[in-house]
Design a protein around this ligand. Structure first.
Ligand code: T1G
Length: 699
């Protein structure tokens, strides 16, 4: 007994063998681990061993198949062989789950006779988030354990299920208190000699659906309806249906065929790209690995407006006490009331309990005056977008905040270096750009100033993760990364209207591409007056948006913008009055309107952003193309199954993007549409952005 190989350990607890998976950090089921499990299962044939416990070392049972092995030739034994070997074991096998058991990790556990977990464990089949479906029997075994409808919900959402919930629905057999492995060993010993049924042989949970699949088909129709034609969702629906319509082996074979089809799809490649890019985005190339984040046990947020309140909720949701600071009691009161109202909405949607709301509200306090930052480890300023006001606040924070406090601004447009210079400690100043609604949107653009220290950066990244955000470090420039690229799309969307398109046509094309909303509906949601104020301050005119605003059409908040909104409704309705304003603008500018097809619309909505993304990489404002993709997926609704703008450009081919941009630049005379040097260079070299390395560009 002892280590079977570098990834599997086998120990004896008298007559019970404990098989431990060891592939840090999350026991991904790479080839070597699979081979070690097969070998361990051979060794437990020893008659002295009466039962087996399968568990994982470190922080997880197993996060499933090794995603980095996808797309490479499969090295045997495959996961199916391991699972078949477990099921062929005549002795009770108990999975002891702590941390996470996800994907192939849960499928391994479903092959065991019993599953026990500690209270903090979470299980799930998140394959859909990678554009695939569970490929090691999950779509056939889970329905047999919890019924087809619940299984479909778990598989189509890919969400994690907490231990208590997993016990309640029947995935887990026990959630013992105390030490997990000893409890699992006792559970296994107690199962010796008792008849056990493999999950694969269970029929009690699927018989009802076989007799009457109506409930299943109703749930399936909703999922397919929401999928908007995406293949992975319909494959999950088909495969789970097979669990109650086909014999087990036939359902399993069909699942494998669907898996093989999906794993080579562009959608899955795109979602796997986002998975790894998201983890890479938190790495700062020039930051020594030894850099330690400072503690952030207490926070303060300046400003109780919509953003300030949302940011404070993130801290409370993460269990960190936070003080919201305002200049006047009424502003503070309305801010705290808005936070409470937000929590009540979440309760009404069944996603929070009153007890949890009370716990979080107890972590949120309100104060008047900046002196209240004295005991905060991190301060986030979220006041009005006005430079003088921000400089005045940071000057005061410099006097009031403790040495070493992280001083962050939530500005989305202003110069972080200029704000930092209002203090004597610019090394502790950076931008933490949250996205509205701040308590919901997962992206956190961390804006690095010229003087920002590695320690401050490391603290902001760790804080972002603690708040459940996806942190991406970017450089300081006008609009940072996301808004800077979005500005290119806004310019082009206005130009499309002047040349012949209508808002509903542009939005429909962008939604069909995969965005949840088009630029004009999004403008109406955010409020057209925001951009109008900025344009007027900058002395810039928008030929369509300005006349709309001059007519009081600010969007949903005034019941009309690019669209009309029936009172109380958020459904955009095309408005002939807008069409007239647009046609009048074209006439005023002497532009002959022409039909514009979907492909041109999509290209002109996306390629100028890709081009700006290339400039952002050239300037080192973003370290990697993947960072830009993560920003767009988590902050701007770019569909994850298209990988992000830079990944998409590589899939389309940079030569095509270059040539179309050159055409649109020539047509419009807009020099910003001319292909950026990096794009032109990579296209000429027949390479993609994936080949881009910052160091090489900076050299
Ligand atoms: N494969 C390869 N690497 C993985 C991995 C995996 N499944 N999961 C995590 N990593 C790496 C990750 O890239 C990072 O690396 C490090 O581990 C820590 O991860 C047949 C085919 C488990 C909830 O989709 O959701 O099974 O950046 O930073 O925040 O049906 O990782 O340090 O170099 O995310 O604590 C299905 C994916 C696979 C789960 C932990 N499984 N993982 O989160 O750490 S498909 C998943 C996660 C499958 C079968 C199919 C999370 C986590 P690095 P981390 P974390």
């Amino acid at each position: 007994m002892g280590s079977v190989n570098a990834c599997v350990d086998l120990k004896r607890d008298n007559d019970v063998a404990v098989v431990t998976m060891e592939n840090p950090p999350v026991n991904a089921l790479k080839h070597e681990l699979r081979a070690g499990l097969i070998e361990a299962l051979k060794q437990i044939k020893d008659p002295a061993i009466k039962a087996v416990v399968l568990t994982g070392a470190g922080r997880a049972f197993s996060a499933g198949a090794d995603i980095s092995e996808f797309g490479k030739p499969l090295q045997p034994p495959g996961l199916h062989e391991v699972i078949a070997a477990i099921e062929a074991t005549p002795k009770p096998v108990v999975a002891a789950i702590h941390g996470t058991a996800l994907g192939g990790g849960l499928e391994l556990a479903l092959a065991c006779h019993y599953r026990v977990a500690d209270r903090g464990a979470r299980v799930g089949l998140p394959e859909i988030k990678l554009g695939i479906l569970p490929g090691a029997g999950g779509t056939q075994r889970l329905p047999r354990l919890i019924g087809p409808e619940k299984a479909l919900e778990a598989i189509a959402s890919g969400d994690m299920i907490a231990a208590d919930q997993a016990r309640a629905v029947g995935i887990l057999d026990a959630v013992p208190d105390g030490e997990l492995v000893p409890a699992a060993v006792a559970f296994a010993r107690n199962a010796v000699g008792k008849p056990v049924k493999h999950v694969r042989d269970r029929d009690d949970k699927i018989a009802a659906a076989r007799a009457n699949p109506a409930a299943y088909e109703e749930a399936a129709a909703k999922i397919v309806g929401r999928a908007r034609g995406r293949r992975a969702q319909s494959a999950c629906v088909e495969s789970v249906r097979n669990a109650f319509q086909l014999p087990f082996e036939d359902g399993l074979a069909r699942e494998q065929a669907l898996f093989r089809e999906l794993v080579v799809s562009d959608e899955s490649k795109a979602q796997r790209h986002v998975f790894f890019a998201e983890r890479e985005a938190a790495r700062v190339p020039d930051m020594p690995a030894s850099t330690k984040p400072r503690a952030f046990a207490r926070a303060a947020v300046i400003g109780a407006g919509t953003m300030g309140g949302g940011i404070a909720m993130n801290f409370a949701n993460a269990g960190i006490p936070v003080t919201i600071i305002e200049t006047a009691a009424d502003l503070l009161r309305s801010g705290l009331d808005r936070v409470a109202a937000n929590y009540r909405t979440t309760i009404s949607r069944g996603r929070l309990t009153q007890v949890e709301m009370d716990q979080r509200m107890n972590l949120i306090s309100g104060k008047i005056g900046l002196a209240a930052v004295a005991d905060a480890d991190v301060v986030i300023e979220a006041v009005f977008e006005e430079m003088d006001l921000k400089k005045q606040i940071f000057g005061e924070l410099d006097r009031q905040a403790r040495p070493g406090t992280l001083l962050a601004t939530n500005t989305s447009t202003l110069d972080v270096d200029a704000i930092a210079q209002a203090t004597k400690r610019p090394q502790d100043v950076l931008g933490t750009h949250f996205f509205s609604p701040a308590n919901v949107m997962r992206l956190l653009e961390i804006v690095r100033g010229k003087a920002t220290s590695h320690e401050a950066l490391a603290t902001a990244i760790a804080l972002g993760r603690k708040l459940g955000k996806v942190p991406v470090v970017v450089g300081n420039c006008d609009g940072f990364v996301g808004n800077r690229m979005l500005a290119r799309r806004s310019t082009e969307s206005e130009r499309l209207l002047l040349e012949g398109a209508l808002p509903q046509q542009v939005d429909a094309a962008v939604v069909e591409f995969g965005f949840p909303m088009g630029p004009f509906a999004m403008g109406d949601l955010a409020g057209l007056d925001v951009g109008w104020r900025i344009r007027r301050a900058r002395g810039v005119r928008a030929e369509v948006a300005d006349p709309l605003c001059e007519a009081g059409r600010f969007g949903q908040k005034t019941g009309k913008g690019y669209y009309l909104y029936q009172s109380g409704l958020r459904t955009p309705t095309p408005d002939p009055e807008v069409e007239q304003i647009i046609i009048e603008a074209s006439r005023r500018l002497g532009i002959a309107r022409r039909p514009i097809d979907k492909q041109e619309i999509v290209e002109r909505m996306i390629y100028p952003m890709i081009n700006e993304g290339a400039r952002i990489l050239e300037e080192g404002i973003a370290y990697r193309p993947g960072d830009i993709d993560v920003i767009w997926v988590y902050g701007y609704g770019w569909p994850a199954w298209r990988g992000g703008p830079m990944f998409h450009a590589d899939q389309v081919g940079l030569a095509h993007v270059r040539d179309r941009l050159a055409l649109y630049a020539q047509r419009s005379g807009d020099k910003t549409l001319e292909p950026a040097p990096l794009l032109a260079k990579l296209a000429a070299e027949r390479k993609g952005f994936a080949s881009f390395k910052l160091a090489a560009a900076a050299a």
